[in-house]
Design a protein around this ligand. Structure first.
Ligand code: GYE
Length: 315
C-alpha cells in the first residue's frame, strides 16, 4: 500500500480515538419497545445524548431482565463512565449493581424501581409517582360513576414497579367505595397485542362485558388493544364501557378524540435530560445527589383530547 493511501485512514483513526477519549460514555439498558411511551422515552434519551455530545451505548432488553444484566456487565467490561438502567422488574438487581459499584461506575435508575434502595448501590432514581397515577385514574372513575362500577383491570408486567404501584394507588382509592369492585384483573404485559388478547378472554368470561362499567388499564398501549376487543364484542368503548389508563401517548389522545376512550394520566417520557444532568455533575465531582427525582403528570379527558392530539401528533 502506498503511503498516500494509508495516511487518510490513519488520520481518521486518530480522530476517532481522540473523540472517544473526550466524550462521556454512558451505557443505557432499556426495558424494550413494548409501548409508544417507551419508544418516546428511548428516542428522547438518544436525542438528548446527541445534543450533549455524549456517547450513548443503547441496549434494548426486549422485556427480559437477563438481557439487562448481560448488558450492564458488558458496559462494566467496556469501562463506561456511567450506566443508566430502566429496569423491567424490581427484584434481582443487587449482584450486578455491586459489580458496577466495585468498578466505581455510577448508576442511575430510570422509570421503574429496583429493590436496592438504601444500599448505596445507585446514585439516584428519576421516575414518576406511579401510586399517584393509580389514585388519579381511580378518583376520576369514582367521580364519573358515583362510585358504582364493576371494573376490569389490565395489569402491566408482573413484578414491574409501574404495575405494582398503579394497582396500589387505584385500589387505595376505590376501597372507600363499597359499590366499586374489580371483577377481573390480569396482566397484558404493557403491550397492545396482549391487551387485546386478554381483554377478549375477560369479556368472554364476563357475559360479553354487558355488566362491566369500565376498563382500568395500566397503560395506553394495552387500552388501545382492549378498545378493539370491546368493539369486536359489540359494545361501544367510551360509552358502554368507560376506558381509563396511563401514559398519554398520541394514539390514545386520538382514541379519546374519537370517543373510544375517556381518560389518561400523562407520563413524562423525557427522563434523559435530568439523568444526564445528574451524571455530568457527578462526574465533575458533585456528590450531593437527591435519591429520588420525581415527575408528575395531569389527567386528560375527552374535553381537550382533539387539541392535545393536534399538539402531539407527529412528535
Ligand atoms: O406506563 C408503559 C411502559 O414503566 C412507567 O412501561 C413505565 C410503563 C409505561 O411500557 O407504557
Amino acid at each position: 500500500m502506498k503511503i498516500s493511501q494509508f495516511l487518510p485512514a490513519a488520520m481518521v483513526l486518530v480522530l476517532c480515538a481522540s473523540h472517544s477519549a473526550l466524550a462521556t460514555t454512558i451505557g443505557f439498558s432499556q426495558v424494550g419497545s413494548e409501548s409508544g411511551w417507551r419508544t418516546s422515552f428511548s428516542e428522547s434519551v438518544k436525542a438528548e445524548a446527541k445534543k450533549r455530545g455524549i456517547e450513548l451505548k443503547f441496549s434494548d432488553a426486549q422485556q427480559k431482565q437477563e438481557n439487562q444484566i448481560k448488558a450492564v456487565r458488558s458496559f462494566i467490561a467496556q469501562g463506561v463512565d456511567a450506566i443508566m438502567i430502566a429496569p423491567v422488574v424490581e427484584t434481582g438487581w443487587k449482584p450486578v449493581l455491586r459489580e458496577a459499584k466495585r468498578a466505581r461506575i455510577p448508576v442511575v435508575i430510570l422509570d421503574r424501581n429496583v429493590d436496592a434502595s438504601g444500599d448505596g448501590l445507585f446514585l439516584t432514581r428519576i421516575a414518576s409517582d406511579f401510586v399517584e397515577e393509580g389514585r388519579r385514574a381511580a378518583r376520576w372513575l369514582m367521580d364519573e360513576t358515583d362510585g358504582n362500577c364493576r371494573i376490569l383491570e389490565l395489569q402491566g408486567t408482573v413484578g414491574a414497579t409501574a404495575a405494582i404501584d398503579r394497582m396500589k394507588g387505584f385500589n387505595e382509592v376505590i376501597a372507600d367505595f363499597p359499590d366499586a369492585t374489580i371483577v377481573r384483573s390480569q396482566t397484558g404485559e404493557f403491550t397492545r397485542t396482549k391487551g387485546k388478547e386478554v381483554m377478549e378472554a375477560m369479556l368472554k368470561a364476563e357475559n360479553g362485558g354487558r355488566d362491566i362499567c369500565a376498563l382500568w388499564s395500566h397503560n395506553d398501549e394495552m387500552a388501545i388493544g382492549a378498545i378493539q376487543a370491546i368493539k369486536e364484542a359489540g359494545l361501544k368503548p367510551g360509552t358502554d364501557m368507560l376506558v381509563v389508563s396511563v401514559d398519554g401517548v398520541p394514539d390514545y389522545f386520538k382514541a379519546m378524540a374519537d370517543g373510544d376512550a375517556n381518560a389518561t394520566v400523562e407520563l413524562n417520557p423525557h427522563l434523559g435530560a435530568p439523568a444526564f444532568d445528574v451524571i455530568e455533575a457527578y462526574l465533575k465531582g458533585d456528590r450531593k445527589v437527591e435519591k429520588l427525582i420525581t415527575t408528575t403528570g395531569d389527567l386528560f379527558t375527552q374535553a381537550t383530547a382533539a387539541e392535545e392530539y393536534a399538539k402531539r401528533a407527529g412528535k
